[in-house]
Ligand binder design. Structure first.
Ligand SMILES: [Zn+2]
Length: 354
């Protein structure tokens, strides 16, 4: 038994080496996200029936990416919803995230355009509905859903909505069943490693950054890491503080990627264009700069309104696609709240339970 296992490991390693050599030519980008600027009339509602789910890139011969069409979804006008990664082969399908609930059938159709393998595994990068909305749909297709404990807690006991109303209860089928947690002592180490379809896939829990339940997903053979939403290059940064996010945590997340990624590793943000780790550095520098400026104004006794009026993102507007007033104001407000001091994360959330 031991010998068999050893042989399997050796054989697998040899395969990985030869497969790596075959990865030349990837990623293949088929559909790039839109650049905008995009505008929507007052009262505009997303026409879900018009949104297409497309195979937008191929990261390896059996690791494809799905994303929505542009110019229709005001939440993500460059490309609707969150990116979905699909690893496929004789061991079945593994998905990173599930897209919006409204396009679940279309996401499955897109997968069925290149594989008939059964849907086996979903891992959620974070709780937002453009990444977990079709969880229940894919669970019913057969997927076992993995995520951080905090994501499960956020889903079972969601923070109240901005208007104070309680959030609706989740569909039980959508809730992750196999969970793990972030441990600062083992930062950067996978909580789960799956060997499927000739790939080795690591689920790496992240510190509270975009939310308190983030996971990045590394595909070792393809040399790709799904880095979800603590980095974005369409619109300004978003730390979901109600769900435990933190701008300072986003700095830590970027620093961790520095140690996990090689210079040629393709990084897959949840939205926007594909990047390499060097592309994270100007973003990191902007976070540091804006935090320092907000802190100075806060320490001088300036109100949030005065800090917003100071237009601290002005130096970055030219190079930031999707630099809407709403995106800027949300970012500066988060930084201001964080400079004032955030309550600790409890059960995946910062706001005390009602
Ligand atoms: Zn997202």
């Amino acid at each position: 038994m031991k010998l068999t296992t050893l042989f399997a490991v050796v054989a697998c390693t040899a395969w990985a080496v030869s497969a790596s050599a075959q990865q030349t030519g990837f990623p293949i980008e088929l559909v790039a996200p839109g650049k905008g600027p995009f505008t929507f009339p007052a009262g505009y509602q997303t026409p879900w029936e018009k949104i297409q789910i497309l195979v937008t890139s191929k990261m390896s011969p059996n690791l494809f990416m799905l994303h929505g069409s542009e110019a229709l979804d005001p939440a993500h006008p460059d490309s609707s919803g969150g990116r979905v990664m699909v690893l496929f082969g004789s061991d079945g399908v593994l998905m990173v995230d599930t897209q919006n609930r409204q396009v679940a059938e279309k996401a499955l159709q897109a997968i069925r355009s290149f594989t008939n393998a059964p849907i086996k595994v979903v891992v959620n990068s974070h709780i937002h509905s453009d990444h977990t909305g079709a969880n229940a749909f894919f669970a019913k297709q057969g997927a076992l859903i993995f995520a951080q404990d905090n994501l499960r807690a956020e889903m079972l006991r969601p923070p109240a909505r901005a208007n104070g109303q309680p959030a609706p209860a989740p569909d039980p089928a959508a809730v992750p069943v196999s969970t793990y947690s972030y441990n600062p002592a083992t930062r950067g180490q996978p909580a789960v490693t799956l060997s499927m379809n000739g790939e080795t896939v690591d689920f790496i829990p992240m510190m509270p950054s975009h939310t308190a339940g983030d996971t990045i997903v590394r595909f070792r053979t393809a040399n790709v890491i799904y880095i979800e939403d603590f980095y974005r290059n369409f619109g300004y940064p978003f730390a979901d503080q109600a769900n435990g996010g933190s701008i300072r945590g986003m700095l830590d997340a970027i620093d961790l990627i520095e140690t996990l990624a090689r210079p040629d590793t393709t990084l897959v943000p949840g939205h926007g264009t594909l990047v390499k780790k060097q592309d994270l550095l100007p973003y990191r520098a902007m976070l540091v700069d804006v935090m320092a400026k907000v802190k100075r104004l806060h320490d001088q006794g300036k109100s949030l309104q005065e800090v917003l009026a100071a237009n601290l993102t002005a130096p970055y507007d030219k190079t930031t696609l999707g630099d809407t007033q709403q995106s800027k104001d949300r970012f500066i407000t988060e930084v201001y709240d964080e400079v004032k001091g955030l309550p600790p994360v409890v059960d995946g959330k910062r706001a005390p339970r009602q």
